[in-house]
Design a binder for this molecule. Structure first.
Ligand SMILES: Nc1ncnc2c1ncn2[C@@H]1O[C@H](COS(=O)(=O)NC(=O)C[C@H](N)c2cccc(Br)c2)[C@@H](O)[C@H]1O
Length: 524
């Protein structure tokens, strides 16, 4: 079987490089679940990668054959992903949190040559047509060998697929984001080049392996010769255990979606003050509600907070420091500090480039780290990898993000919601985020989510869900509606405002707006 050559861009090469310079540096610090060693050095990681590569090679797969890996973020899983990369086998990460129906849809779409799951999981509801195996640290068990195949390929190239990550895709049908080694390595090198990771860093990764945020964490930690500290999902629900884990591992950086901070901010914010090694936290995936962000800054005043923005289709594109402390009158965060080697254009509805401050346009990303396309979906691909709106003659495509934003006079770039989050209410365009921002200013409201519900009349009604800063015995809905009526035009005032103790989350930890929309439709 072909093995990637040293000089060819590949995740394996980038993430195992520190084994040459700092072989005894800890690569991954695992809470000692099962028999996996508590810490794994770069040398030990590379040895395990090699064992998996030999095992995979023995199965006779061909470059490009997909391997579905079901696992939590672990040293063994990372070693397996890197072994797949070395052999040019695209990995498709799934986790126990992904329901059978969705895993089946992914398996049916990618037709994996091999489905490997970590010994800790057992999933019976998924039919696979080819090879199956189980793995662990120093553990490899083939249950069903993959069918024999002709090996057509002789080299692993930078343009070969590193991974396919399925996104929920607002349209409902999951779309497989196909990322090449060249794209993801180019992106990670740029972020590392911007000096975001120091080799002594200990980076807590709180995202599930099926979410590319986890792949980002693995990429910058190992690519930067730092230490990755996986944080399992069950720890996030318990503030005491979450903080204890961060402290025990002397974590210097915590990466995750905004919701990972919600439980500790609500129940035990004082615990965060004890994290003396914590230097920075990076959030990404959705906007951080400003009341919560202010509270977070107040309990960890010296910690750098970075607003990471970007889509799986380019992994990410900007990392902007949040002003610390956030000015009192700030009602939005910039996403304008692009990593080196990327450029954003705002395109107006008329297709021209928007440069005037305050004018909203759709973010188009020019970058060498763009995805190859959606797996087996050329139409969806053509809709987002579009000709360069400035000059299409050179044939280069840019990523049409679906996100709206505007510049300010100082070059700050401000997120103005998803293009598909613009709704028409009684003929008026409403940016749901604007209504959410206003509700967020209501005293005692921690965060607010506003959804638009289609009415039989064809019009839309706005329904708001607010999370109070503390248990709120008698939320006065009339007063809240009155507050909105004073602050917003009539068509932007929610029809209902419900108090919820917490908001439903997606498998990636983002607010589950789709579920709230369904709930609002049922309630109305
Ligand atoms: N910082 C923000 N403010 C506001 N809206 C954000 C932010 N980050 C996203 N989004 C939204 O999420 C969409 C994209 O979702 S995604 O494809 O699932 N990818 C993601 O969420 C995660 C993303 N790949 C990623 C992974 C690792 C590091 C970083 Br840094 C970013 C974007 O198009 C935006 O609409």
């Amino acid at each position: 079987m072909a093995r990637v050559r040293e000089c060819v861009d590949n995740l394996h090469g980038l993430l195992t490089a520190p084994a040459t310079s700092v072989p005894d540096q800890v690569a991954i610090a695992e809470s000692s679940i099962g028999e996996a060693p508590a810490v794994v050095s770069y040398r030990q990681l590379v040895e395990q990668v090699e064992r998996f590569a030999v095992a995979l090679d023995a199965l006779g797969l061909d470059v490009g054959d997909r391997v579905v890996v079901e696992s939590r973020t672990s040293a063994a899983a990372i070693a397996l992903l890197l072994a797949c990369s070395a052999l040019g086998l695209p990995f498709v990460p799934v986790t126990a949190e992904v329901p059978d129906r969705r895993v089946q849809a992914i398996v049916d779409a990618v037709e994996p040559a091999l489905y490997v799951r970590d010994a800790g999981t057992d999933r019976t509801g998924v039919m696979t047509m080819d090879g199956t195996a189980r793995f662990g640290w120093n553990e490899w068990e083939v249950d069903r060998r993959p069918a024999a195949r002709v090996r057509r390929r002789r080299e692993v190239l930078a343009t070969d697929t590193a991974y396919i990550v399925f996104t929920s895709g607002t349209s409902g049908r999951p779309k497989g984001v196909v990322m090449s080694h060249r794209s993801v390595v180019t992106f990670l090198r740029a972020v590392l080049g911007d000096g975001r990771v120091l080799s002594g860093d200990r980076i807590a990764s709180t995202s599930p392996l099926h979410f590319d945020f986890a792949l980002f964490d693995i990429g910058i930690a190992l690519g930067g010769g730092a230490t990755l500290v996986p944080v399992q999902r069950e720890l996030l629900a318990s503030p005491r255990r979450f903080v204890a884990h961060l402290k025990a591992n002397r974590v210097s950086q915590v990466n995750g979606v905004p919701s990972i901070w919600r439980p500790v901010l609500r129940h035990n914010p004082e615990l965060l003050g004890g994290l003396t090694d914590l230097r920075s936290m990076l959030f990404a995936g959705e906007e951080f509600p400003l009341p919560e962000l202010r509270r977070l800054q107040s309990v960890v005043p010296g910690v750098r907070v970075v607003n990471g923005y970007g889509a799986t289709e380019s992994m990410a594109c900007s990392f902007t420091d949040v002003p610390n402390p956030l000015p009192v009158d700030a009602d939005r965060l910039s996403i304008g500090a692009l990593h080196t080697g990327a450029e954003v254009m705002l395109i107006g509805e008329d297709g021209t480039v928007v440069t005037h401050p305050g004018v909203v346009g759709e973010i188009h990303l020019r970058s060498p780290a763009l995805f190859s396309g959606y797996w087996n979906d050329p139409e969806a691909t053509a809709a987002v990898l579009v000709p360069d709106p400035v000059d299409s003659r050179h044939g280069q495509v840019v990523l049409r993000s679906g996100d709206l934003a505007c510049w300010d006079a100082e070059g700050g770039l401000y997120f103005c919601g998803r293009a598909d989050a613009q709704v028409q209410v009684r003929g008026n365009r409403v940016e749901l985020g604007e209504v959410e921002g206003t509700l967020g200013n209501l005293p005692g409201v921690d965060m607010a989510v506003v959804v638009a519900v289609a009415r039989p009349s064809g019009d839309r009604a706005l329904v708001a869900y607010v999370v109070p800063t503390r248990p709120w015995p008698d939320f006065d809905q009339a007063k809240a509606v009155e507050f909105c009526a004073r602050e917003l035009p009539a068509y932007m005032v929610p029809r209902r405002i419900d108090v919820v103790s917490e908001l439903p989350l997606t498998a990636n930890g983002k607010v589950n707006r789709e579920l709230l929309r369904r709930r609002a439709t049922a309630d109305l």
